[in-house]
Design a protein. Structure first.
Lengths: 267, 356
C-alpha cells in the first residue's frame, strides 16, 4: 500500500449538520485534522461530541455536509458507506464494545478476518498476541469479555482497533469510568502509539488530565458549533466558556440570584 | 367568617406532611383564603420546602390566596429559596394532540415494517445471489444458532402439541361419536394439526422463546455499542448477526413444525385407541387418506413464513433499540407481542388464500 501524499488530510469535515428527529445537534461543524496530530474534541455533556464521532465514522448519515477520510468522502448513496471506507481507521468505543460471544483474541483479530478470510488460524493467533502485548494484556487472550475489568476491556478494544494498523484512530472517552491510575496508563499507551507508529488520533474526552496529557490541539464544541480550535496555551487565552471549562468552573446560573419571595408573609 | 387556617408543627416529618397535605387540600377546596400558622416551625428541610411549594402552586392555580403567618427568621431564609409557582401547566400542555400521536404512531409503524421488508430482501439476497459475497466469519455460527434457537425447543413443542392434539381429538371424538362417526376424528386431527395447529403452535412457542432471545441479544449488543463497533470494522451487522439466525430458524422451524404435527397426530391416535376403540392402523389409514399433498405444502409455506416473521421482527426490534438497559426489556416484550400478532394475522391471511 502506497503512502498517501502528506497533504491529504486524514480527516476533513465540512459543514456537518446532524441531529435526531427534529432536534439539531450539530449545526455546521468544520474540522480538519492533519497527519500525526492528536486532536482532542472537547465540550460539555450534550454538546454533540458523540454525535460528531458517529457521523464521522459513518454510523449515522449527516443531514448535510461532508466527511472526508484521507481525501475520500464518505459515500452514502448505497444506504451506508461502502466497506472499504473504514480501511484506514480504527475506533475505540467507550466501553471497549467487545463482541460478548467471542474471546478476547477472536475479538482482536475480527477486523482482519473479515477483510482477509484466508488468513490461517496460527497467524491470527500470533497477531492477536502481538497486539495484546502492545496494550499489555497478553495473558487475557483466551478470556471472554465478560471476565474483564473495565480498563482491560478498553485496552482489548484498543488492541482490536489497532489490528489493521490504522492511520487514524478515534477514541470515544478513553478515560471514562476508569480510576485515575488506569486512565493515566491508557493515555500513556496512546501517546506511545503515536510516538512509535505515528498514528493520527481524534480523542473525545472531557477528563482534564487526559486533555492535558494528550492534546496537540483541541476543538471545543458548544451548542452544535465549533467555538474554539487551537492549542491548550491558546485556549487559556480563548473564549470565556472554553477557559471556564478548562478551569472546571461551572457556568453561571442565569438570573437566579435574587428571586422574589414566592409567599405572602404576615407577622 | 375568619379565613381557614392550617397549623404547622415544629418539625415536618413525612407522616405529618402527608396528613397536612390532605388537610390543606380540603381547605383549599372550600375556602378562598388559607392562613398557614408557621409560628411553631423551627426549620424547613427539602420535604417541607416541597410541601409549601406544592401548596403554593395549588393555591395559585385555583386562584386562591395563601398567607404564611408568624414565620421565624431562620425559616424565612429557607422560604426564599423556593421558586415562585410556575404559571405554565405541567407536562400535559406539551403532550402531543391525539392526531399528532396517531400520526406519529402510524409513521413509526410504517417505518418499522419498511425496515422489516428491507431486512427480508437483504437476507434473501445474501442467502442466494449474494451468497458468495458473504464472508464466512464463523462457520459454526449457523449451527450454534440452530441448536440454541431451534433444536432446544423440541421438547416443549412436542409436549404442547401432544397435549393440544389430545384435547382436540377428545373433544371432536365426543361430538363425532354421537353420530357414530368417531373414525373421522382422524381426518380432523390430521388436517388441522398439519395445516393449522402445527405451524401456529410452533410459531407461537418460537416467538416467545427464540424471538425474545434474538431481540434481547441484539438489543444488548446495540446498547453496548457492539453493533456500532462491527460497522466501524466494516462488518455488515446483517451478515454477521442476522443471517446466521435467519438461516437457523428457516431450517429448524419447518422441522419443528413437522414434529409438532406428528406429536398431535400421535396423541390423536392414542385418544382414538383408548376412548373410541379405533385401532392405530385404522386411524393412520384414515389420516393417510385425508391428508393431501396440498396440506403439506400449506404447512411448509406457513412454517417458513412464520419463521421469517419471527427472525426479522426480532432483529428489527433488537437492532433498532435506543437508550439503556431498560430499553432492552421493552424491546423484548414488544418483539414477542408483535411476532404473535403478525403470526396470527398472517395465518388468517393464509387461511383465506388457501380457501380460495
Amino acid at each position: 500500500m502506497a503512502r498517501e501524499n502528506d497533504d491529504t488530510l486524514p480527516l476533513r469535515v465540512r459543514g456537518l449538520r446532524a441531529g435526531y428527529g427534529t432536534r439539531v445537534i450539530l449545526d455546521g461543524v468544520d474540522l480538519e485534522v492533519p497527519r500525526g496530530e492528536i486532536r482532542v474534541i472537547l465540550g460539555g455533556s450534550g454538546s454533540g461530541k458523540s454525535t460528531l464521532l458517529r457521523n464521522v465514522i459513518g454510523l449515522e448519515r449527516p443531514w448535510a455536509g461532508t466527511v472526508e477520510l484521507f481525501g475520500a468522502p464518505l459515500d452514502w448513496s448505497e444506504g451506508r458507506p461502502p466497506d472499504d471506507s473504514y480501511e484506514k481507521i480504527g475506533v475505540l468505543f467507550q466501553g471497549g464494545a467487545l463482541i460478548s460471544s467471542l474471546t478476547v483474541e477472536e475479538n482482536v483479530t475480527l477486523p482482519l478476518r473479515i477483510r482477509n478470510p484466508g488468513l490461517s488460524r496460527g497467524l491470527l493467533r500470533e497477531l492477536a498476541r502481538a497486539k495484546l502485548r502492545q496494550v499489555r494484556m497478553e495473558e487475557a487472550g483466551t478470556k471472554m469479555p465478560g471476565e474483564l475489568s473495565g480498563g482491560m476491556r478498553k485496552r482489548a478494544g484498543l488492541a482490536r482497533a489497532l489490528v489493521t494498523d490504522p492511520e487514524l484512530l478515534f477514541c470515544d472517552e478513553p478515560s471514562a469510568g476508569l480510576d485515575p491510575v488506569t486512565s493515566r496508563s491508557l493515555d500513556d499507551l496512546l501517546l506511545e502509539l503515536r510516538e512509535t507508529l505515528g498514528i493520527t488520533m481524534v480523542v473525545i474526552t472531557h477528563e482534564l488530565d487526559s486533555i492535558k496529557a494528550l492534546a496537540d490541539r483541541v476543538t471545543y464544541l458548544s451548542q452544535g458549533k465549533v467555538l474554539f480550535e487551537g492549542t491548550l496555551d491558546e485556549a487559556a487565552r480563548g473564549p470565556q466558556e472554553v477557559r471556564d471549562f478548562l478551569d472546571r468552573k461551572p457556568p453561571e446560573p442565569d438570573g437566579n440570584a435574587e428571586a422574589p419571595m414566592a409567599f405572602r408573609l404576615e407577622e | 367568617m375568619p379565613p381557614a387556617s392550617l397549623k404547622i408543627p415544629a418539625t415536618l416529618s413525612p407522616d405529618t406532611v402527608a396528613r397536612l397535605e390532605v388537610e390543606a387540600r380540603g381547605l383549599l377546596r372550600k375556602e378562598g383564603e388559607i392562613r398557614v400558622d408557621a409560628s411553631d416551625l423551627e426549620s424547613l428541610d427539602g420535604l417541607g420546602q416541597a410541601f409549601l411549594a406544592a401548596l403554593n402552586t395549588d393555591a395559585e392555580r385555583q386562584g386562591k390566596k395563601l398567607v404564611l403567618q408568624g414565620v421565624r427568621p431562620e425559616v424565612r431564609e429557607a422560604l426564599g429559596r423556593i421558586p415562585a409557582p410556575s404559571k405554565e401547566g405541567d407536562a400535559a400542555a406539551s403532550r402531543p394532540s391525539l392526531f399528532e400521536a396517531a400520526g406519529g404512531g402510524a409513521y413509526s409503524l410504517m417505518r418499522e415494517w419498511r425496515d422489516i421488508a428491507l431486512l427480508l430482501s437483504e437476507s434473501l439476497y445474501y442467502s442466494t445471489v449474494g451468497f458468495r459475497k458473504h464472508k464466512t466469519l464463523m462457520p459454526g455460527d449457523t449451527v450454534t444458532q440452530m441448536i440454541r434457537l431451534g433444536s432446544s425447543a423440541l421438547p416443549i413443542v412436542l409436549l404442547l402439541s401432544g397435549l393440544i392434539g389430545f384435547t382436540l381429538a377428545l373433544q371432536s371424538g365426543l361430538q363425532l361419536s354421537k353420530y357414530g362417526a368417531a373414525i373421522f376424528l382422524a381426518d380432523g386431527i390430521g388436517i388441522s394439526m398439519i395445516t393449522e395447529i402445527g405451524p401456529l403452535m410452533t410459531a407461537v412457542i418460537l416467538a416467545g422463546r427464540s424471538g425474545s432471545a434474538i431481540t434481547a441479544e441484539l438489543a444488548t449488543m446495540t446498547v453496548q455499542e457492539e453493533v456500532a463497533a462491527l460497522q466501524s470494522m466494516s462488518v455488515n451487522p446483517l451478515q454477521f448477526l442476522v443471517l446466521p439466525r435467519f438461516w437457523a430458524l428457516s431450517i429448524t422451524q419447518p422441522l419443528l413444525t413437522i414434529a409438532s404435527a406428528l406429536a398431535g397426530v400421535f396423541a390423536g391416535a392414542v385418544v382414538a385407541l383408548l376412548f373410541f376403540d379405533i385401532s392405530p392402523s385404522a386411524f393412520f389409514n384414515e389420516v393417510q387418506q385425508a391428508v393431501q399433498m396440498q396440506y403439506l405444502w400449506q404447512m411448509a409455506i406457513k412454517s417458513l413464513t412464520f419463521s421469517w416473521l419471527i427472525v426479522l421482527i426480532a432483529a428489527v426490534k433488537g437492532l433498532g433499540v435506543r437508550g439503556g438497559a431498560d430499553a432492552v426489556g421493552r424491546a423484548t416484550t414488544a418483539c414477542v407481542v408483535t411476532c404473535i400478532f403478525a403470526i396470527v394475522l398472517a395465518d388468517a391471511l393464509f387461511s383465506f388464500i388457501f380457501y380460495l
